[in-house]
Design a protein around this ligand. Structure first.
Ligand SMILES: Cc1ncc(COP(=O)(O)O)c(C=O)c1O
Length: 430
């Protein structure tokens, strides 16, 4: 019998009418089974069994202001009174684009879509249009959404992934046409030689070098000093676009994202998740020159819900809140991230904790110096048991060990988490 009986019952019903019972495959990994939630407020989530959790999953990233933030709710409510969608232009579009231009390094213009996956597709289309080349270099362990063409080598498979310095593009799902990976080459994160080898093998040209500027999905693996600068340099030398997928890092590592925090400016930057505090919205920013094919109508970027007023209202409200509070908010998010990382590190010598600002990652028995996803040799089963034991103690983190802090988390939440983590580690890690 599950300790979450109402969730379990709902999950059983769901599996009869939804394949696998969940609406995003990654959620199926939750143990003992996916939970059903009813309400959220600030750093807390309540499930259908009446349990309260300190939440570090934050909707997989959007909820940088915590659950149900008043600023976003008020802005959305005000827009709901006016209309749900226009399918046409409205004042909030240039307002939000203007805010992005103000805060995102290298942004002179922005386009909008609904999900991160779509924004990645749009950015790649722009890069291919501008350069006239097709090949995109991505990195092993980096995730750029689920669409054909980039959904490859998001993990490491010893049977199929190839040698460390020459990784092979491995489809991350069945059902993608083999041809969809014809224009993708996979490089090794933190290994410039692997990028240079691909560039040398494609002398005619490359459209883009695409990366998460911190490899968050691969386990929060930071770029080694100088690596992003080197990518910038080789992209310039070879006329390729450098694209930062800031879907997670945007508005989180700094107001201007990883570009601001790490001091390297890409040609195109992709945003989603935290851009709108909990409503689906994504964007791509770049210079006027890079965006010119859209402006002159040769490059088509469509979308029924692009720029829809509910999403734009939430985006404007959320970003204005972050802009107004930037001097207070970002140091505080960093401080809380460091406190959480310290608490988790203290919970067990077996826990491997990596942290960049308000993004924390836990694993079990991994080496201290992880530079690529292949270095992550540890004990994922033990980690899954640890996360499950935390759930039973009112702490909700993602099954794969990603923890996010929001502006709603307080020191007392970290203290509660520290005590629960120590207990859960004693129970599951010895
Ligand atoms: C770095 C990164 N890029 C793209 C995506 C895809 O975004 P979405 O799930 O909104 O399609 C994600 C989602 O987790 C992501 O983490």
């Amino acid at each position: 019998m599950s300790p979450f009986p109402h969730s379990q019952a709902l999950f059983e019903v769901a599996q009869t009418v939804i394949p696998g019972g969940v609406t995003s495959s990654i959620r199926a990994g939750a143990r003992p089974h996916p939970l059903y939630f009813e309400r959220g407020e600030g750093p807390y989530l309540w499930d259908v069994d009446g349990n309260r959790f300190v939440d570090y999953a934050l909707g997989y990233g959007p909820l940088i202001l915590g659950h149900a933030p008043a600023v976003v709710r008020d802005a959305v409510s005000a827009q709901l009174e006016r209309d749900l969608t226009y399918g046409s232009q409205h004042r909030l579009e240039p307002e939000l684009a203007g805010l992005l231009v103000e805060i995102v390094p290298g942004a002179e213009q922005a386009i909008f879509a609904t999900t991160g996956s779509e924004a990645v597709a749009a950015a790649l289309r722009v890069a291919r249009a501008v350069t006239g080349h097709d090949l995109v270099i991505k990195f092993e362990g980096h995730y750029h959404g689920w669409l054909d063409g980039v959904f490859a080598s998001t993990g490491f498979d010893p049977q199929r992934s190839g040698p460390v310095d020459r990784p092979i593009a491995v489809p991350a799902t069945i059902g993608m046409p083999e041809s969809s990976l014809a224009d993708v080459a996979v490089a090794q994160w933190n290994d410039l030689g692997s990028v240079e080898a691909i560039l040398a093998a494609h002398a005619s040209g490359v459209a883009a070098i695409l990366c998460e500027p911190v490899a968050v999905n691969g386990g929060v693996i930071a770029p080694v000093p100088g690596f992003l600068e080197a990518l910038r340099r080789v992209a310039n030398e070879r006329g390729a676009m450098l694209i930062f997928d800031e879907v997670i890092t945007g508005f989180r590592l700094a107001l201007g994202g990883a570009q601001e925090r790490l001091g390297v400016t890409a040609d195109l930057a992709i945003f989603a998740k935290a851009i709108a505090g909990g409503i689906a919205l994504s964007a791509v920013t770049g210079s006027r020159g890079v965006m010119a094919p859209i402006a002159d109508g040769r490059l088509v970027h469509n979308g029924t819900f692009n720029g829809n007023p509910i999403a734009m209202a939430s985006g404007v409200a959320s970003l204005r809140h972050l802009i107004d509070g930037r001097d207070r908010i970002y140091p505080e998010l960093d401080r809380l991230g460091a406190r959480l990382a310290a608490a988790l590190t203290a919970a067990s010598p077996r826990l491997t904790v990596r942290q960049v600002g308000p993004i924390v990652h836990t694993a079990v028995d991994e080496p201290d110096d992880v530079r690529t996803i292949r270095d992550r040799v540890g004990d994922p089963d033990a980690h899954a048991r640890f996360i499950e034991a935390l759930l039973g103690r009112g702490i909700h983190a993602t099954p794969r060990g990603l923890w996010y802090l929001s502006t709603a988390h307080r020191d007392e939440d970290i203290d509660t988490t520290a005590a629960a983590a120590a207990e859960a580690a004693r129970e599951t890690l010895g």
